[in-house]
Design a protein around this ligand. Structure first.
Ligand code: 4NP
Length: 145
């Protein structure tokens, strides 16, 4: 799960998907394409909306997406077009590129829609983002089951 800061959207996506695949031996992680929040806790507003929905994301810390992630993961879900392009820039070959998809394509196939960055907005943006990611992760979890 990849966004820009790895403190708002992708930690929610990681937490939601983990909560749905708790019995499975699957590696789920998140990262940011920016360096601003390496080592940071998720944004307090992400922590709050997750907690309200029974998910604890306080164990997560911000990290930057690295090229080795293409080897570690089968699928790389990005939150928006900016991060799609940032991840594709690091791809070494076509196989790497083929692993990258917009997470909302799970809900709206082939539309390449953005999960909006809620960082500069209020709590409503985080609720909205949570609901979008919840729907997408439900589909991902069903497909893995
Ligand atoms: P995220 O949100 O990409 O969903 O984690 C952001 C968090 C921080 C910044 C931008 C987006 N920032 O510029 O610090």
């Amino acid at each position: 799960m990849v966004c820009l800061g790895n403190i708002c959207r992708s930690p929610l996506a990681e937490g939601i998907l983990k909560s749905k695949l708790i019995t499975k031996d699957i590696l789920i992680d998140s990262a940011g394409t920016g360096s601003y929040h390496i080592g940071d806790l998720p944004d307090l507003r992400s922590i709050a909306i997750a907690k309200k929905n029974g998910i604890d994301i306080t164990n997560q810390r911000g990290r930057k997406f690295v090229v080795e992630d293409f080897d570690k993961f089968d699928v790389i879900y990005v939150m928006d077009a900016y991060n799609y392009n940032a991840v594709l820039k690091l791809a070494r070959n076509e196989a790497d590129k083929a692993k990258v998809d917009f997470i909302l394509n799970k809900v709206f196939p082939n539309e390449n829609l953005d999960v909006p960055d809620p960082y500069s907005g209020g709590d409503y943006g985080f609720k909205n983002v949570f609901n979008m990611l919840y729907e997408a992760c439900e589909i991902i979890a069903k497909q893995i089951d």
